[in-house]
Design a protein around this ligand. Sequence first.
Ligand code: SF4
Length: 303
Amino acid sequence: MNELTTIWPDFAPDFFCKANLCQHSCCRGWEIDIDAAAAEWYQLLDGKIGAELRKNIVQAEDGTYSFRLTKDERCPFLRRDGLCRLILELGEDALCEICTMHPRFFVLCGNVELAGFGLACEKTVELLLAEEGPLTFYREGNEQKRITFAELVKGLGLLGEREEADRLDLFSFRPEHDAKKIRQLFLLMQKTEPIDEVWSEHLNDLLREDEKVRKCCETYTGLYETAAFDRIFQYIAYRQLGTAANYGLQAIYRYAQMSTMYIFIEAAVTENLAEAVRRWSEQIEYSEENTALLLQAAGKSKN
Ligand code: SF4
């Protein structure tokens, strides 16, 4: 049997959780599932923390466990200063699987595992945007040898007759200037399940003020950093390469193109590129349904 190869993006060795310095802690706003082994261990823990754990774990009808979130949707063990009580009192090994792994992702593409960190995490976005050169990847255990996104796609055997590794337009972001297409993108985003009310209201504002949005995009076209947007585009596509067998590589490119375009518009309007990336990821990448909806739409689109 072939040994599994794991690929990481170039910034992976620099990743660390910002913990109490994080503005958008992932310990709030989401349901936090607890794996069965951790839940079992929590049930047996002695002392005050054990009693608190048992009080704050809920079991759904299907038998799965999760933390009972507070009214403001925080993990009950997240302290006001942003630190985790379970880590402080029991050590990192006490974390359930999801808290240990987050925000890492692992996607299978043939016998290759594509690993990375989700863009809903502000540290990930900081690292992705900190580099000025093209996005590169390395094989776990061989950090020194870097390959480009084009080389990775080629190495994975995903290039068909329609794609050639040296056709850079397939691997680069191109801003959209057609007002009708921008409007279509907003309408498509409106079909996704909103993460919260703020997302829906903001999207409605963008649609209402489409002329203002168009002007912001026009100005931003002369200002934006192409290398940063290519890194965003390629990293978004990278996370979906495992779905190439279902949707096809062209659909993944179009998914990355429309997603990066949405981020471009957000950055043009708000002048906050990092937050535009993070917020897009929360809405799309952290919902399997929303990701599938965009991939399916990208599969049908001819542009
Ligand atoms: S979003 Fe990222 S940096 Fe912030 S708490 Fe979560 S893992 Fe840490």
